[in-house]
Ligand binder design. Sequence first.
Ligand code: NAI
Ligand code: 15L
Length: 268
Amino acid sequence: PTPRTVLLTGAAGGLGTLMRALLPAYGYELRLLDLAPVEGEPDAITADLSDRKALREAVRGVDAVIHLAGISLESTFDKIVRANIEGTYNLYEAAREEGVGRIVFASSNHAIGYTPRPEPGDPLIPVDTPRRPDTFYGLSKSFGEDLAQLYWDKHALETVSVRIGSCFPEPTSVRMLSVWMSPADGARLFHAALTAEAVGHTVVYGSSANTRLWWDLTTARALGYDPQDDSEPYAAELVAEHGELDPADPAHAGVGGHFVTDPPIWPH
Ligand code: NAI
Ligand code: 15L
């Protein structure tokens, strides 16, 4: 059956704001949750992913969850553990306890960030490439994918893990020409992930049909995703400004870009 009521965690964030605008057109009634107030949405649930009681109430009666909440960039290990590792566990437990059938998990390309980016003509990166997190952040997404697999195998709770590239209104770097997912394609992909039959735990890459794509969209297309956008119209201007990616620059060598070369963030 087509899910109708969907809990959107991280609703106040960048992607949450884009999806709040786009998903209702697909027929979803969204229940919103975030640590931060959601502008213009007085009914949104203000809760931390550490609040198990609030999560249990938030998932009660929904058909599915789109789980975007968490720290979305590198941070200290402790902060990542609390928000992304324990927080995602708390969300899965709440969903299991309340019998929610499916979660769409916002994983990230940073779960495979050290994977060398293919040169034109090289094979695209498959979803079963070994994970090579580039940060504690990427490590937490790798954990989330394994958690999703466990909850499918042990509890029959389905997940589509979407390794999102960069979902922003426009590509703003040469790297993003390869990894960009337009907001409209993001909504198409989330809709496909919510409605495809029998997904078990499926891992997909989340991007538009970019001319300069680095990874294989086969598993995403198998869900019914049919991307309509391509970053290439932005290429001339971005390349003129920044130049092509430099194979000798370690910050350009991996899928994760500068996340690969940024130093870890230590507590102080
Ligand atoms: P964002 O940082 O703009 O939004 C994240 C939201 O989660 C924020 O509104 C924040 O208040 C909320 N949040 C953080 N910790 C929380 C907690 N403990 N409890 C409740 N809410 C909490 O990030 P963005 O860009 O919207 O990304 C959304 C999700 O998608 C994140 O999980 C991110 O890792 C993932 N992602 C996003 C990509 C993108 O291109 N935007 C690329 C790859 C992954
Ligand atoms: C991510 O995982 C981040 O959440 C997002 O802010 C971007 O940095 C994106 O990856 C990216 O790789 O461009």
